[in-house]
Design a protein around this ligand. Structure first.
Ligand SMILES: [Zn+2]
Ligand SMILES: [Zn+2]
Length: 266
């Protein structure tokens, strides 16, 4: 049976620890068969570079993953990248990452979204209903781009939007329906389960995964994938069993391996 994680970071992003070889050692210790690296992509214009590698470091990242493929033949290792949806960067993703460097896959993620002419982040902030709709529009564009093998933590808005109401229901439904339309798996992300819980109208909950989001997904039936989103080697299988339990609880259909889901998939 395949034991895979397709969402793995490295110290090049400046907020994770360990090089690819360190993650490979822990993957073998966790009886894993498959490891996909998906560090945060650089952007050609250097935006948000305090939490990602620079374009200059891209060859080093590629070389470290390629070296790990040689050094750990017992593991199926893939070269990927987690990408923000920025229209100006799309040609870089297509021509450089997929074209020149032959990346196996790209992960689509929204940690930043445009709102009234400026980019807003998701961390350490609050989100209005209007902003939730802007986030939703942005992630639907990302899904529709067809560049990405799966969509990381589509419920990340749980970090900053409090409550589950008509707005979250409508936006979650729109995101899930877009994933169904374009046949792109949505990710139940284990990293949220390792982060500090937050208080939402007097109740403690995880920032994400958001259970009501995944219960709605269970009714609508997009394809789903679970990943640890490891930011340190010891977490390479982190909280995956919890994610699998959420999938089971919600009756979600998980993809077995990324290769079941073209385009741009190993
Ligand atoms: Zn990260
Ligand atoms: Zn990530």
């Amino acid at each position: 049976m395949q034991r895979a994680n397709y969402h793995t970071h490295t110290c090049l992003c400046k907020h994770a620890t360990g090089v690819p070889a360190d993650y490979c050692h822990f993957a073998l210790d966790s009886d894993m068969t498959t490891l996909g690296f998906s560090d945060h992509t650089p952007h050609p214009d250097g935006r948000w570079d305090s939490v990602r590698m620079s374009v200059d470091e891209l060859p080093l990242y590629v070389q470290q993953v390629r070296q790990a493929q040689k050094d750990f033949p017992e593991l199926q290792i893939y070269l990927g990248m987690e990408c923000e949806y920025v229209p100006e960067s799309l040609s870089f993703f297509r021509d450089e990452l997929l074209g020149r460097y032959h990346f196996d896959y790209l992960v689509g993620a929204v940690h930043n979204y445009p709102y009234k002419g400026e980019w807003l982040g998701m961390f350490g902030t609050s989100m209005s209903a209007d902003q939730l709709h802007a986030y939703t529009d942005h992630i639907i564009q990302l899904i529709g781009s067809g560049l990405f093998a799966f969509i990381a933590h589509p419920d990340l808005f749980g970090l900053c939007y409090m409550g589950w109401d008509a707005e979250t229901q409508a936006c979650s439904k729109a995101i899930i329906e877009a994933a169904i339309q374009y046949d792109i798996p949505l990710e139940i992300n284990g990293y949220g389960l390792r982060k500090r819980m937050i208080q939402d109208h007097g109740t403690w909950r995880f920032a994400y995964p958001l259970l009501p989001f995944w219960e709605l997904a269970g009714e609508l039936q997009p394809r789903a994938i679970t990943n640890s989103d490891a930011h340190q080697p010891i977490d390479v299988w982190g909280n995956r069993n919890d994610c699998l339990n959420i999938a089971k609880h919600c009756g979600l259909t998980l993809i077995e391996r990324l290769s079941d889901n073209p385009p741009n998939s190993p």
